[in-house]
Design a protein around this ligand. Structure first.
Ligand code: DGL
Length: 273
């Protein structure tokens, strides 16, 4: 099927967190349009079962297909870990998640073969980061730590707060005690804690941001499939945002982190898809 190179890229997440991935796509692929969906009515996905995350992700993919997207980015780590492989078999457009790009870069970055992974329970317990990293080098040890308190702290905007630092120490110090030299920020929200975490772990630990690596992987994927927009975008609003609830709250958060003024966010009923 001949795809329209000017068609938008569908990006989805359980809520606002995936905006860290959208932000990297905006920075690195400025000629691409984006349709973003945040499942704000059903967030968080991080503690939910695989079946539920798969059901929600399928509905969102169906919605994005009605928007005639040319490719899909699963910006959510949990959905990438639990739903992506199944959905890839069900659709005929390219789809990528954030886990593989992050895992590959982490595997290449570690010197002492000890990588720390922080993420939601769903992501850490899925074992997918470990699986991909060990395909690259079976000697690498991946030490996972679920950090469920980070998501609400970030959504409260407590990015530099001493409470957040205390929580971060509880989660990350055991990984440091085990001698990691690389730490994967395996959840959409964690890039927003990057400077705090870098200070905590010290310069000798490399932080891997899957959001950034995914934008790079998307660039390669679009080129390989002749889907990169070779004409650029001229319209005033190349980015469209949809949510399943609380559109205004979403818009305020989006405006606090995006290099772009989000004027319109539309609420849809995702259960219809
Ligand atoms: N977007 C999710 C992730 O990256 C974090 C928020 C949630 O638990 O839904 O795993």
């Amino acid at each position: 099927m001949e795809q329209n190179r000017q068609a938008p890229i569908g990006v989805f997440d359980s809520g606002v967190g995936g905006l860290t991935v959208a932000r990297e796509i905006m920075r690195n692929l400025p000629s691409e349009r984006i349709v973003y969906f945040g499942d704000t009515a059903r967030v968080p996905y991080g503690n939910k079962s695989k079946n539920i995350v798969l059901k929600f992700s399928r509905q969102i993919v169906h919605f994005l297909q009605t928007q005639e997207v040319k490719a899909i980015v699963v910006a959510c780590n949990t959905a990438s870990a639990l739903a992506l492989e199944t959905i890839r078999e069900e659709i005929d457009i390219p789809i990528i998640g954030v886990v593989k790009p992050g895992a590959k870069v982490a595997a290449a970055a570690t010197r002492n073969k000890k990588i720390g992974l922080i993420g939601t329970r769903g992501t850490v317990h899925s074992g997918l980061y470990t699986e991909i990293i060990q395909e690259y080098d079976s000697q690498i040890q991946v030490i996972g730590q679920a950090c469920p308190l980070f998501v609400p702290l970030v959504e409260e905007g407590w990015l530099k707060d001493k409470v957040t630092l205390e929580v971060a120490k509880r989660y990350v110090n055991p990984l440091l005690d085990q001698g990691i030299d690389t730490l994967i920020l395996g959840c959409t929200h964690y890039p927003l804690l990057r400077s705090m975490l870098q200070e905590l772990v010290g310069e000798q630990v490399t932080l891997v941001n899957p959001a950034y690596e995914t934008a790079k992987a998307l660039e390669r994927l679009l080129k390989e499939n002749n889907l990169d927009n070779n004409q650029g975008v001229e319209e005033e609003f190349p980015y469209r945002f949809y949510v399943s609830d609380a559109a205004e709250q979403f818009r305020d958060f989006a405006n606090s982190i995006l290099p772009y003024d989000v004027k319109m966010t539309k609420q849809i009923n995702i259960e219809e898809y």
